[in-house]
Design a protein around this ligand. Sequence first.
Ligand SMILES: Cc1cc2nc3c(=O)[nH]c(=O)nc-3n(C[C@H](O)[C@H](O)[C@H](O)COP(=O)(O)OP(=O)(O)OC[C@H]3O[C@@H](n4cnc5c(N)ncnc54)[C@H](O)[C@@H]3O)c2cc1C
Length: 59
Amino acid sequence: MTLIDLTPPAARSDRLATLPVAIIGAGPIGLAAAANLVERGLDFLIYEAGDSVADSIRS
Ligand SMILES: Cc1cc2nc3c(=O)[nH]c(=O)nc-3n(C[C@H](O)[C@H](O)[C@H](O)COP(=O)(O)OP(=O)(O)OC[C@H]3O[C@@H](n4cnc5c(N)ncnc54)[C@H](O)[C@@H]3O)c2cc1C
């Protein structure tokens, strides 16, 4: 399934300028999202349920 953000670009950039992005899960996909946000200079928080990064892969 592909999810496309249909929010108009102006509203999207306002939101990103005022709120950090929340990433749920520090698996490969969450870490890839974080890397993209670093490149764009956007603040983010990663929430990981496990004891470490990529906990599900380790287990
Ligand atoms: C047995 C097995 C072998 C595999 N071998 C390979 C391989 O050789 N090569 C390969 O490319 N792929 C392999 N895969 C697939 C690969 O592991 C997945 O494609 C990849 O881990 C998916 O990444 P993800 O970030 O989407 O999810 P996940 O790796 O599952 O990461 C999700 C993270 O989110 C956390 N989380 C979940 N719910 C919450 C919550 N509510 N709040 C906070 N954190 C949460 C989890 O603890 C986890 O760390 C294998 C998978 C399995 C099961």
